[in-house]
Each structure stands twice: as structure tokens, then as C-alpha cells.
Write a protein that binds this ligand. Structure first.
Ligand code: GRF
Length: 203
């Protein structure tokens, strides 16, 4: 089958995972990074998309809306974009919003997220960025890593696709640990994206 698997990448920040995917475009097989969407304005991830010539969207629902309504609005806007751009696969690459509603059903099994810990450890509400690495160090863990998993309604709770581990040496710092994990994330996200592209082609 000569199908292109169109990928939407969701971001909220710097976008080094997005960059890893852009740099690995040729290893994604039929996968094509069709669009990038940020829920925050002014983030460098959007600049990365523009530099790579990928259509970039910034969708920031009115901050005065109650949290639930903002979430519903953002979910709806993203689903609209997915339909217009014929998206087949959604990758959360450092995306901090939670989506809900129709998009969850329409993209069930076709949304993945990368998280900087060995889930199910150190996931869930409030566990993002440095919070994760501080918690890992406080718990005296000897290893950490990253996880790519399917997105479901529960935060960081969907079925795990793959994990990559890093050691946590004595005297480690949150910054150093984050750096070590980031390196593994950039490998994991490309591997998981390629896996999903193949799975979608085979389905
Ligand atoms: C990564 O650590 C990822 O696991 C988490 O957010 C961070 C995003 O980093 N979900 P970047 O924006 O891709 O550099």
C-alpha cells in the first residue's frame, strides 16, 4: 500500500524531541511530519517547525475560561486540525495539556506520549520536567529513564510501548539526570514513531 501516515506533533516548549523526529524523518518510513501544534505561544518548538518548513499551529484558548472549558476548547481545535490535515498519528512531544472528548475516541490507539521516567513510577498529575527528576533523586532510585506510551484518559497511564534506561549515580543532580534522559528520549521517540507508523500501515 502506498499510504502516507500523516503525523501531528504536539509541543509546549523547547522541542528537542520534535527536532529528533525532524532529523529522523527519513527513518519514519511512510510517516510524514505533517504539522506541529503548540498550546503555548512563543515556544522554540514552533520555530523549529518553521525552520523545517512544517506547518505550525499555535492554539491557546482564552486563559479566562474555566480549566475544563479550556481543555474542551483546545481538544476540539486540535481535532478540527487533525481532520483538515488528514492526520493519522498524534505524538505528544513535551506537550503539557490534557485532551478530552471526541479526539480521545477518534485517535484511540493512535496517540503516543513521551515521559521522562520509567513509568508507572514517577508519572501522573504534577509529574513533569524537573519535578520528575527531583522525585527520582529523593526516592534514592539507582536507575531512571524514559517511557513512550499510548495516551489514554489517565495521565501517563496508557499501555507502554517502549522504555530506555539510564543509571542514576551517587551525587547526581536533576539537571544532569534530565540531560542523560533527554538523550535517550530522542532515540525512543523516533523508534516509537516508526513502530506506530508501521502499525497504522498494517491495520
Ligand atoms: C521531555 O522530557 C518529555 O519527556 C516531556 O517533556 C520534555 C520535553 O522536552 N514530556 P523537549 O521540549 O522535547 O525538549
Amino acid at each position: 500500500m502506498n499510504k502516507t501516515v500523516n503525523i501531528l506533533i504536539l509541543v509546549s516548549g523547547n522541542g528537542t524531541n520534535l527536532q529528533a523526529l525532524i532529523d529522523a524523518q527519513s527513518r519514519l518510513g511512510a510517516g510524514k511530519i505533517a504539522a506541529v501544534l503548540s498550546d503555548k505561544s512563543g515556544v522554540y518548538a514552533i520555530e523549529r517547525a518553521r525552520l523545517a518548513g512544517i506547518p505550525a499551529f499555535v492554539e491557546v484558548p482564552d486563559k479566562k475560561l474555566p480549566k475544563e472549558e479550556r481543555r474542551a476548547e483546545l481538544s476540539k481545535r486540535i481535532l478540527d486540525i487533525c481532520r483538515k490535515q488528514n492526520i493519522d498519528l498524534i505524538i505528544y512531544a513535551g506537550f503539557l495539556s490534557i485532551l478530552q472528548g471526541d479526539i480521545m475516541e477518534e485517535f484511540k490507539g493512535r496517540m503516543i506520549n513521551i515521559h521522562p521516567s520509567l513509568l508507572p513510577k514517577f508519572g501522573g498529575q504534577g509529574m513533569y520536567g524537573e519535578h520528575v527528576h527531583r522525585a527520582v533523586l529523593a526516592a534514592g532510585e539507582t536507575e531512571s529513564g524514559c517511557t513512550v506510551h499510548l495516551v489514554t484518559a489517565g495521565i501517563d497511564a496508557g499501555p507502554i510501548l517502549l522504555q530506555r534506561k539510564v543509571p542514576v549515580p551517587d551525587g547526581d543532580t536533576p539537571g544532569a539526570l534530565a540531560g542523560r534522559i533527554h538523550h535517550e528520549e530522542h532515540i525512543a521517540i523516533v523508534e516509537a514513531a516508526a513502530m506506530m507508523v508501521q502499525k497504522i500501515l498494517d491495520s
